[in-house]
Design a protein around this ligand. Structure first.
Ligand code: 5AD
Ligand code: SF4
Length: 448
């Protein structure tokens, strides 16, 4: 049965609302779900209040993300009271957690359709079952398939797109829930990836971000990702980025290809998590501070000016103040362009959940503030070196913080704001930097 056509007969012209939380992979799933909704005849709305269908595409990485989802589920209950015809659905990583499914079944009985992150192609069938049989439909069985290559997608931006290359994670870092909710590593077919990127290029897309929890183990690891990068580069698409790289798997061959190819952005997201070897071991990261520093050194030798960003967890169970100081000194030693830092959040069923803490919540918060303080100074100092330079910027839209400016990103991922007009959106422009700040750069577009 063609479920998309069948649902279309039932819902054409109705309104659907989708809210996605979390990472780019989830955003990518969200775009595919929106494309399916459009194919089923729904009109997409940004206003949940007027929707006939509302979906939460959830994230489970930290408690904060889950709290937001539970808040939204509560709001949707109210909307359903106002509009009993409202269909409420949930997808994404939280649906991979047993305790979440249990509370959806028992407590949140207004949630009608639930499907797993590895199973989005089942969505039209599940929605059809709900609409025709008037029952709740849950399909969250573990499934380690790769979504079909021909799933349509509704790109959020015409000029840039995420392209998943692999799904899942085998690393089992002791704090992380991803391997439990997204399952084992599996890669997409290389030809499917390249065809998708060629189609994006032909459609005027300027930038692709190759996505995966650990892109370096694409195709089973070794040099497979480096070879994929070469083929992606050969498509001639203007900008290529990728994330995330696990430091233990980043091969010198990848750095080689990055250095060689002009259309691969000279920027690397390389999560370190901690600068202390005991903590790294307890996290099951399988590299040392020294090994990490040696990768950074090699990368910078091959690509002077490479922009490096990282993720850091503050307050991992058992982390002492002395151990935290090693993370601060690592920031000084590496001088990251930017960091994404998080206070440790216990995740149910992970080994770290059972590890005892030594620091209080207040001490963890104080350390977190210290981390930001050090990094803000370093980011500001690095940004200052851009003053007077001209950089290539892909214009992404009107600045979120200043409607008088357009905003875009350099190859290294830095945000640049500059006066301009809507017709610049989606173009790669040369911008001369006239002022630098901690978090972004200000400039003026110059003629090529
Ligand atoms: N608590 C805090 N941060 C976490 N991350 C993953 N799991 C947790 C957790 N339980 C962070 C890591 C990872 C990023 C995506 O999220 O830094 O690299
Ligand atoms: Fe989580 Fe570690 Fe896998 Fe990243 S590599 S998704 S932090 S388990």
């Amino acid at each position: 049965m063609n479920y998309i056509e069948e649902v279309r007969k039932l819902v054409a012209g109705k309104k659907a609302y989708v809210r996605t939380y979390g990472c780019q992979l989830n955003e990518n799933d969200g775009e595919k779900i929106i494309a399916m909704l459009k194919a089923m005849g729904y009109l997409i709305t940004d206003n949940a209040e007027e929707a006939d269908f509302a979906l939460l595409n959830t994230c489970a990485i930290r408690e904060n993300a889950e709290k937001k989802t539970y808040g939204a589920i509560g709001v949707f209950k109210h909307y359903k009271e106002l509009n009993p015809g409202l269909v409420v659905a949930m997808s994404g990583c939280m649906t991979g957690e047993e305790h979440v499914i249990e509370s959806l079944r028992k407590t949140y009985r207004h949630v009608d359709v639930v499907f797993g992150a590895n199973n989005i192609e089942a969505f039209p069938r599940l929605l059809f079952l709900h609409l025709t049989e008037a029952r709740r439909v849950f399909d969250t069985e573990y499934d380690d398939s790769v979504p079909p290559a021909n799933l349509p997608t509704a790109r959020a931006f015409p000029f840039k797109s995420g392209v998943p290359v692999m799904y899942g994670c085998n690393n089992f870092c002791t704090y992380c829930i991803v391997p439990y909710v997204r399952g084992r590593e599996r890669s997409r077919d290389e030809a499917d990836i390249i065809n998708e990127i060629k189609a994006l290029r032909d459609d005027g897309c300027k930038e692709v971000m190759l996505l995966g929890q650990n892109v370096n183990s694409f195709g089973g690891g070794g040099d497979a990702f480096a070879n994929l990068l070469k083929k992606v580069s050969d498509t001639g698409i203007e900008r290529i980025r990728f994330m995330t790289s696990h430091p233990k798997d980043l091969s010198p061959a990848v750095l080689e290809v990055m250095a060689e190819r002009e259309n691969i952005c000279k920027c690397l997201h390389l999560p370190v998590q901690s600068g202390n070897n005991r903590v790294l071991e307890s996290m099951n990261r399988r590299y040392t501070r020294e090994k990490y520093l040696s990768i950074v050194k090699l990368a910078r030798e091959k690509m002077p000016g490479l922009s490096i960003t990282t993720d850091i967890i503050v307050g991992f169970p058992g982390e002492t103040n002395e151990e935290f100081v090693d993370t601060l000194s690592l920031l000084e030693e590496v001088r990251f362009d930017a960091i994404f830092s998080f206070i440790y959040s216990p995740r149910r069923g992970t080994p770290a959940e059972k590890m005892p803490d030594v620091l209080s919540v207040e001490e963890k918060k104080a350390n977190f503030e210290k981390l930001l303080e050090v990094q803000n100074r370093i980011s500001g100092e690095i940004n200052e070196t851009y003053l007077g330079k001209t950089v290539s910027v892909l214009c992404e839209g009107v600045s979120k913080t200043d409607a008088g400016n357009m905003s875009g990103r350099t190859e290294g991922g830095k945000i640049v704001n500059f006066p301009g007009s809507q017709d610049m959106i989606g173009k790669i422009l040369e911008v001369k930097i006239t002022e630098t700040k901690t978090w972004n750069l200000q400039g003026e577009a110059v003629c090529r």
